[in-house]
Design a protein around this ligand. Structure first.
Ligand SMILES: NC(=O)c1ccc[n+]([C@@H]2O[C@H](COP(=O)([O-])OP(=O)(O)OC[C@H]3O[C@@H](n4cnc5c(N)ncnc54)[C@H](OP(=O)(O)O)[C@@H]3O)[C@@H](O)[C@H]2O)c1
Length: 307
């Protein structure tokens, strides 16, 4: 089967750049949207040039110029969005363009995290992410756009080497804050694998109009299991400080908005188990079962460079 042509929106972003690389690696004709407001963002320009050197085509279009977006969308079969968590509602413009273009066989909106459909009860202010993702889902479904929602679990760089400590990305040296008993199961994902699995879904009839969860069995770990892996790698024992849920939630009070959002998300992930506390039923698939050929990265391997 001929590989679909893919347009990536948000392709210079943290996860977007990995999706671009995965698309090229899997042999898809790959188009990267370049916005005119790129301005002096020299790193983005250089990244786009590196994509071009690797075989991607650069498409100039603005989210504020509907016509240019429709023209961009018409060049491809599939659109993958990796727009920032703070710009999610701007994807409505992409949805409008896809609706008008009428040729798109699959759209992946920017998701790649906790499944927003399971977060009706989520805490403010962090719930805004889920509400916005749901708003995009509703627009997609109302327009009958063929889609796949990729629910990715925790991006490892933000959650694994720091042993899921807030406010740092580096491993703790002496003590580690443990959420409750630390025995809630969490899904950790190497970000390159997120890109690989996302692109795997786009031409797959099994994932049409479904949610695909990234929950490879060996990356489903409790925080205590993650800590044990790091202790084994580093040969160093860490003092564990267990934080009860109510004490953790109280740390939101008076904190900056960003911290409040993070505490809410950590609460859902580490106390409630929102990434793993349900079975993957009808209307959904699990990526590592669909694509057993993918050699996903295990967390001890991921953490080794941090030694
Ligand atoms: N599971 C996890 O642990 C986790 C962690 C972080 C994020 N996420 C999710 O992953 C997705 C992508 O997040 P990210 O961290 O990769 O995003 P990001 O790097 O912050 O940004 C992605 C892209 O969004 C576009 N963008 C940013 N500001 C814009 C603006 N003002 N106007 C138009 N476009 C703008 C840019 O696209 P250009 O390339 O066009 O410049 C940027 O490269 C989100 O849905 C987020 O919720 C999940």
């Amino acid at each position: 089967m001929e590989k679909s042509k893919v347009l990536i929106v948000g392709g210079t972003g943290y996860i977007g750049r990995r999706i671009v690389k995965a698309s090229l690696a899997q042999g898809h004709p790959t188009y990267v949207l370049m916005r005119p407001d790129i301005g002096l963002a020299v790193d983005k320009i250089q990244m786009i040039l590196s994509f071009k050197a690797a075989g991607a085509r650069v498409v100039e279009a603005s989210l504020d110029d509907h016509r240019s977006l429709v023209d961009a969308v018409k060049q491809v079969d599939v659109v993958v969005s990796a727009m920032s968590g703070y710009q999610l509602s701007r994807q409505l413009k992409v949805v409008d363009a896809i609706k008008e273009a009428g040729n798109i066989k699959r759209f992946l909106p920017s998701e790649y995290g906790i499944d927003p459909a399971r977060m009706e009860h989520a805490l403010a202010p962090g719930r805004i992410t889920f509400d916005e993702k749901m708003k995009i889902r509703r627009a997609i479904e109302e327009a009958n756009i063929p889609h796949t929602y990729v629910s990715a679990g925790c991006f490892a760089a933000y959650f694994a080497p720091n042993l899921s400590q807030l406010g740092t990305l580096l491993p703790p040296k002496e003590k580690v804050q443990v959420y409750g008993d630390g025995n809630v199961k969490v899904a950790f994902m190497d970000e390159d694998d997120v890109g690989t699995y996302a692109i795997k879904t786009i031409d797959d009839p099994r994932t049409l109009n479904k949610t695909v969860y990234l929950r490879p069995s060996e990356n489903i770990l409790t925080q205590m299991e993650l800590i044990a892996k790091w202790e084994k790698l580093s040969g160093k024992f860490l003092e564990k400080i267990h934080i009860p849920n109510d004490e953790f939630l109280a740390s939101m009070e008076g904190a900056e908005l960003f911290h409040q959002e993070a505490v809410g998300h950590f609460h859902h992930i580490f106390y409630e188990g929102c990434l793993t506390n349900f079975d993957i039923g009808d209307g959904a698939e699990e990526a590592s079962l669909l694509y057993p050929e993918v050699q996903y990265t295990r967390m001890d391997e991921y953490m080794k460079p941090y030694l």
